[in-house]
Design a protein around this ligand. Structure first.
Ligand code: AKG
Ligand code: FE2
Length: 512
């Protein structure tokens, strides 16, 4: 295939489009785009099937805009023919009074350059495909995916809800019947590791945090979970289901007032870990999350939305004047009495979160709704805009499930990326599988000495993005159970000004 490429990996059918740097070096730039060198190329499970290019480098994988992988020239030409026929049909449908010579249909096609383009996406070796939406409301019909048996004639479709971060509604990916089964299975699960219990967080899965008050179960292998996982992998552009690239279907139950504070699904790299979490290099981390909702939370008063706390509702994304501040939302919330009626205390983190949910981009659950968002940018850096949380439930129960998908196999799975630098330096990890559950719980207390005026409005975060509480001059000390190696950050105006890593002793105090 003779294809020309652009820096962002988008390829146009036979011609370079909008290329600012149209020089003879294009070919080289394209080859470099595909083979980013050993320090930037995670080794994926199909790596040994990649055939080197004539220049000796690793090749790109090619995808359509809808995430269908193109593996042969024949498939490519068939797709182009289909694309052209589709264009012709939509022109004919829009111009039924065509002249005999078909000139206005021709005009229709020529006038619609954007439609004439056929975009192909070149994904570097070792990387995974990421959808590239252009505007809110844009539709991606994934006609290559099998229809669900119960959803007659409705193809699996993405509808863009947000560009920054990238969020999509996924239509027709699972049925209400499957939603019911997932909940039943979770309730009937008895194995200690998978049954429903209070949620944890972080890379060690041991720390119960006070600000993730939901319960959860895992379903890694039952029929419905497996079918769903396979469907989600196909949707994301994987050729097949790759074991180890996900955390298993996690089923979440939130009772009244319970919530999950805004956080990133992307895991911050623990200071010492043989597993390489650095996705921007050749490591792996979570890059996509699919959320499935199993209950209806029909109104504002139900709560339980998934809130993207750094993003604005699409209705006022461009209209700065119409954005609601957190403090105005809090005043309105107190006036409405909604939080108080649900049993949420004034000045609690849950109350503050309801105000966030009512002023930022929030997705309302209904049974059968599914949403996809990405925690990594196309350059593999974590996307801080993907910070999100499960809003406090104000009425009834909320059931949801998530699938966290990784750009490489996870720790302990075949092909997982390792930190060769640490191994070379002689670092050994305790590989006893139960070691994480035996980790020593450490009590930490965080204080503000009020000596440093720049710390007047300090805020404490667990990791990068998990808001813990205010640590300003007028705030009481903050307490937490935590573990060795965990990182806590103090931020002022959203900038990290102090960072602590938990050491070995059982009780530790940190003061700014
Ligand atoms: O419950 C929700 O809406 C969000 C859950 C979530 O963010 C998570 O489990 O990582
Ligand atoms: Fe999450």
């Amino acid at each position: 295939m003779d294809l020309c490429g652009r820096g962002d990996g988008r390829i146009n059918n036979g011609a370079v489009i909008n290329d600012d740097d149209d020089t003879d070096d294009d070919d080289d730039a394209f080859y470099k785009h595909c083979d980013r060198g050993p320090n930037y190329t995670p080794i994926l499970l199909d790596h040994n099937k990649l055939v080197k290019t004539s220049k000796g480098g690793l090749p790109c994988r090619f995808y359509t805009r809808e995430g269908l992988r193109i593996t042969s020239f024949k498939q490519f030409t068939n797709i182009i023919i289909d694309h052209q026929q589709h264009q012709q049909q939509s022109c004919d449908a829009n111009n039924p009074q065509d002249d005999d010579d078909g000139s206005s249909s021709e005009e229709c096609k020529n006038n619609n350059d954007e439609m004439n383009e056929f975009h192909l996406y070149a994904v570097p070796a070792g990387r995974v495909f990421i959808f590239a939406p252009s505007y809110i409301g844009e539709i991606f019909e994934l006609n290559h995916m099998k229809l669900l048996p119960d959803v007659v004639n409705k193809s699996i479709t993405l509808e863009v809800l947000s560009i920054t971060p990238k969020i999509f509604d996924i239509l027709n990916i699972f049925t209400k019947k499957e939603a019911t089964l997932i909940v039943q299975r979770a309730l009937n699960e008895t194995s200690p590791s998978h049954k429903i219990k209070r949620s944890t967080t972080g890379s060690s899965s041991t720390s119960i945090i006070q600000k993730r008050t939901s319960e959860n179960a895992f379903d890694t292998h039952r029929k419905v979970a497996l079918e769903l996982k396979k469907r989600i992998f196909e949707l994301l552009g994987f050729d097949e289901y790759w074991n180890g690239h996900d955390d298993g279907l996690q089923v979440l139950r939130y009772n009244m007032t319970t919530a999950y504070v805004p956080h990133m699904d992307y895991i911050s790299s623990p200071s010492k870990s043989i597993f390489d979490y650095r996705s921007q290099l050749k490591g792996g981390n979570r890059y996509a999350t699919v959320l499935l909702y199993m209950t209806d939370m029909p109104t504002n008063n139900s709560g339980g939305e998934t809130v993207f706390s750094k993003a604005w509702p699409s209705s006022n994304i461009d209209n700065v004047d119409e954005r609601k501040s957190h403090s105005d939302a809090l005043i309105e919330l107190r006036q409405s009495g909604d939080a108080e009626r649900a049993g949420i205390k004034e000045d609690s983190w849950e109350e503050s979160m309801v105000a966030t949910c009512r002023s930022r981009m929030a997705i309302r659950p209904y049974s059968g709704r599914a949403v996809l968002f990405y925690s990594q940018l196309p350059n593999r850096q974590p996307d801080r805009m993907s910070t999100h949380g499960g809003c406090p439930v104000l009425h009834g129960d909320k059931w949801a499930a998530n699938l966290w998908v990784w750009n490489t196999p996870r720790q302990d799975f075949v092909g997982s990326p390792v930190r060769q630098d640490l191994i070379d330096a002689g670092y050994k990890e305790n590989t006893n599988p139960s070691s994480s559950t035996q980790a020593q719980k450490i009590k930490a207390i965080f204080k503000n000495s009020k000596q440093d005026p720049t710390m007047k409005d300090a805020v404490l975060y667990y990791d990068e993005a998990m808001y813990w509480g205010k640590l300003g001059f007028n705030d009481p000390p903050l307490h937490s159970d935590t573990y060795e190696g965990h990182r806590w950050n103090v931020k002022v105006n959203d900038l990290v000004v102090q960072s602590w890593v938990i050491g070995k002793s059982k009780e530790q105090e940190f003061t700014i």
